[in-house]
Design a protein around this ligand. Sequence first.
Ligand code: MD3
Ligand code: FE
Length: 206
Amino acid sequence: ARMLLAEGAVLLPGFANARSQDLCTGILDISRQVPFRNMKTPGGRPMSVATTSCGACGWYTDQHGYRYVHTDPLTGKPWPEMPALFLDLAREAAAEAGYPDFSPASCLINRYEPGAKMGLHQDRDEDDLASPIVSVSLGVPARFAFGGLLKTDPVQRYDLLHGDVVVWGGVSRLAWHGVSPVRETFHPQTGAMRYNLTFRAINAAL
Ligand code: MD3
Ligand code: FE
């Protein structure tokens, strides 16, 4: 099934379901190489969401700002290679949404423990706004809010469930969005956690 959440935002409900157990195993495997950490925003506040990355570039934030980097500043090592399982899923979802040539260089892995949230923001560190972002939700559900091109535009809310994939292209690529505090509940594949994978094509000068 394919649902339009907003102009350019295509929801593929349960698209990752058949592969979800292997995706969760892949996340644990990556996190053994590059541990989840609560990065600090440029303002110095630790994020409630813990993150790690795989692929050629990883998203990073500290007192020097938001950016993509080839090596993990914490370990000095390159990010782990993007598993074929991850890349295939992202490319299939993008194709299903009308982007047959999607080639992500980065997969950001967000981990939400109960109470973790993400404030309203835009994703614009990629310098590639023609390519979509593909997001995959795993584990406990989250209430997601997305608005328009202005921070003050009204928001719609939607529950992102285990296995849901959303392709954010077109005008939705720059939509403001955020995640409400994750409630304390249980999922057999992730325990109390919610994971979100975001696949991104990067054009930033690294
Ligand atoms: C809409 N992650 O990592 S996924 C992020 O659930 C992020 O972890 C959220 O926002 C999460 O930047 C939301 C859905 C999502 C991802 C990227 C988008 C929606 C988006 C980019 C543009 C517009
Ligand atoms: Fe985002």
